[in-house]
Design a protein around this ligand. Structure first.
Ligand code: 8YV
Length: 321
């Protein structure tokens, strides 16, 4: 029997995924889920054919240049790719795969959870009960922003943006979007396209950020762009923290320019800008977008499908490079 390919799995994955990886490969696992430095990861990768990594590990050009010669593939347990220098990976001859599609619905669900929770002041309401501070119902208690029938602006109408739009239709929201290119009518499904992001912002009573992190989207939601939003708008970010200028967003939440925000992702996570903790009108989650067992299993199985294809000399289904 030929030796199994050796795969370094950088983080603890769901049980079913670990089982499959351990059966299919000579897997170097991290069942204690230690947070290794990239130097430690490079040392562990010695002799491995591939690395099954997560967005918590940064494969910069420098790290890629130091990868052991044996490593020929990176299968990332994520749809996002900003933690891998793809040009450097290509130049090094690495195959890189990701996990599209399978986390679309769970991430769109969290987008709506944040949108509703932010608009309807879920954090303040929950806190009243947890602190035993609720003295009773009143007609004017914790009045929030009405969601149904409002205009939702979606920045980035890829798979997740379109899944957010599908949910928004159930709330009778009018869907507006900006995307690098306009979608064909069958994908647009009546959503209104704006050629520039600024035009989108002007109409967005709710704004959902669903564009990937890139040099173009870095700091996208800054003070000037927030000023374009209608007064009392609600902003939701389940994409990446780098899309938002934290101080500008906090200033707008404090001044009342924005009614509320819902955030699942943060620049520099797991550290978050401390200003968010002091704001009652921001609903925050620790990057839970894809955090369901079904989704995380599916992400892991996709990594294995891609690795199996690479080791069998077939084209991996989710090749990025
Ligand atoms: C993942 C994500 O949980 O897949 C992505 O891009 O943002 C998350 O939902 C995480 O990045 C896993 O590595």
């Amino acid at each position: 029997m030929p030796a199994k390919p050796a795969v370094l799995v950088t983080r603890k994955l769901p049980e079913a995924v670990t089982k499959r990886a351990a059966e299919s490969y000579e897997a170097c696992l991290n069942e204690a889920d230690k947070s290794f430095t990239m130097d430690q990861i490079l040392a562990q990768a010695e002799g491995c054919d591939a690395i099954l990594c997560c967005s918590s590990e940064k494969f910069t050009a420098e790290v890629i240049s130091r990868l052991p010669k044996s490593v020929r593939a990176l299968a990332t347990f994520s749809v996002g790719l900003e933690h891998i220098d793809l040009d450097a990976a290509k130049a090094r001859g690495l195959t890189v795969t990701n996990t599209p599609d399978v986390l679309t619905d769970s991430t769109a669900d969290i987008t709506f959870l944040l949108l509703l929770a932010a608009a309807r002041r879920a954090y303040e309401g929950e806190r009243l009960l947890r602190q035993d501070a609720w003295t009773g119902w009143t007609p004017t208690q914790l009045l929030g922003v009405h969601v149904s029938g409002k205009r939702l602006g979606i920045l980035g109408m890829g798979r997740i943006g379109r899944a957010v739009a599908r949910r928004a239709r159930g709330f009778d929201m009018a869907i507006h979007y900006h995307n690098r290119s306009r979608l064909p009518a069958e994908l647009e499904k009546g959503a209104i396209y704006h050629e520039t992001p600024d035009d989108l912002l002007k109409v967005s009573q709710f704004l959902a950020l669903n564009a990937p992190a890139s040099p173009e989207t870095m700091g996208f939601l800054n003070a000037a762009r927030i000023a374009l939003l209608p007064d009392g708008a609600v902003v939701v970010n389940t994409a990446r923290g780098t899309l938002v200028d934290d101080e500008a967003l906090q200033a707008a939440l404090s001044s009342g320019k924005l009614a509320a925000a819902g955030l699942d992702v943060f620049d520099g996570e797991p550290k978050i800008h401390p200003g968010y903790r002091a704001l009652d009108n921001v609903f925050i989650l620790p990057h839970l977008g894809s955090a369901t067992l079904e989704t995380r299993n599916a992400m892991g199985f996709k990594c294995c499908d891609n690795l199996d294809a690479i080791f069998a000399g077939r084209e991996p289904p989710d090749r990025v490079v």
